[in-house]
Design a protein around this ligand. Structure first.
Ligand SMILES: Cc1ncc(COP(=O)(O)O)c(C=O)c1O
Length: 367
């Protein structure tokens, strides 16, 4: 079996967990939480980190902290994991969808302005599959229309935009540390911000809205979105390895791009993009199947599965799924979703494994 994703865990994680357990601090107090928050924020070039129970909680916390609610509209790409839109719904606001850029699959900045109305309060660009969004273009629009920007960086730890790390551009940036992400805490997430007051507001909302100086006094309706010390213990160890993981992801991407070059030249597939201003971290290396490929996308996935090669389809655009169904058309996202397939991308894979995947794709390209 060649898995699509697999966490890479070792003695460093185990030793930190043992340390947390021995200390008795296994809930949401303990030394690893501030350590993980400070180190991850520093890694991304941001001042404050607020660790959460998962990435969805991080996004929800960020929206609530910025006052998003009933009657507001929030612009999101339609091609993303569903959590990006769900958190908007949780607040009572309306997600407004925007199509993808054909060259790098993230939200297309040239289509954002058409979606802005007097109710629009925020844009949530998603650094999809490890590729950064065009942040200059998005921030220009946000400044012009006085909108907040929350980066959904759940899939892009350490990715770069014009030399700066993602997570350092928005009012807040949100990360996920789910088991298939670049680094993991099992379940987990984090909000980053340079705004001290905003960080404090998120800390209070994360802890039931409790006044930090007056126990059991709740000034606002908050949540229990805290991260545990055991999760943070894993996170501290994983963070030490993040640069190595990114190098490996990029190496795997290089092996795929080289191995699949001929199919690309014959226009049977398109390779995972990396725009010149981007440093992609290839969360999941993905390709697009053209009509000239001998099998359909689903047919190829089935054949690879029978050979023990695990794959995933690209996300469905959110506007086609029941809770969000609308008649608007987003042709680029629909096309990417129909043609896209994510290939095994675990950092534990060897060149030999990647060769086996490449051979599999090649075999079915010319049946
Ligand atoms: C783009 C995106 N946003 C948000 C999330 C939610 O993160 P979590 O699963 O940690 O809640 C994920 C992934 O899981 C994601 O891929």
């Amino acid at each position: 079996m060649i898995p699509i994703a697999e966490p890479s865990l070792g003695n460093e994680e185990l030793n930190n967990i043992v340390d947390a357990v021995k200390s008795g601090w296994i809930s949401s107090k303990g030394k690893f939480i501030p350590e993980f928050e400070e180190r991850f924020a520093q890694y991304c070039g941001v001042k404050y980190g607020v660790a959460t129970s998962n990435g969805t909680a991080a996004l929800h916390l960020a929206l609530v902290a910025l006052g998003i609610g009933e009657g507001d509209e929030v612009i999101v790409p339609t091609l993303t994991f569903v959590a990006t839109a769900n958190v908007v719904k949780y607040t009572g606001a309306k997600p407004v969808f925007v199509d993808s850029h054909p060259d790098y699959w993230c939200i297309d900045p040239t289509k954002i302005e058409k979606a802005i109305t007097p109710r629009t309060k925020m844009i949530i660009p998603v650094h999809l599959y490890g590729h950064p969004c065009d942040m200059d273009a998005i921030l220009n629009i946000a400044h012009k229309h006085n909108l907040y920007v929350i980066e959904d960086a759940a899939e892009a730890h350490g990715a770069g935009y014009k030399g700066k790390k993602v997570g350092s551009f928005g009012d807040i940036a949100c990360f996920s540390f789910y088991g298939n992400k670049l680094i993991t805490t099992g379940e987990g997430g984090m909000c980053l911000t340079n705004d001290e007051e905003l960080a404090q507001r998120m800390r209070i909302l994360r802890d039931h809205g409790m006044n930090p100086n007056k126990r059991y006094w709740h000034e606002v309706v908050g949540f229990n979105y805290r991260m545990s010390n055991i999760q943070a213990a894993v996170g501290v160890a994983q963070l030490e390895k993040l640069d190595r993981f990114i190098e490996k992801k990029r190496e795997i991407a290089g092996w795929y791009s080289e191995g699949l070059k001929e199919l690309k030249e014959r226009e049977l597939i398109k390779l995972h993009p990396e725009i010149p201003w981007a440093r992609c971290v290839y969360w999941m290396y993905s390709i697009l199947i053209t009509d000239d490929f001998s099998l359909s996308r689903d047919g190829l996935m089935k054949e690879l599965d029978e050979k023990g090669i695990e794959t995933r389809p690209l996300f469905y655009p959110i506007h086609v799924m029941p809770p969000y169904k609308c008649n608007d058309k987003f042709p680029i996202a629909e096309e990417l979703s129909r043609r896209g397939i994510s290939l095994p991308s675990s950092v534990k894979l060897t060149r030999h494994d990647i060769e086996a995947v490449v051979q599999g794709v090649r075999r079915y390209s010319s049946q």
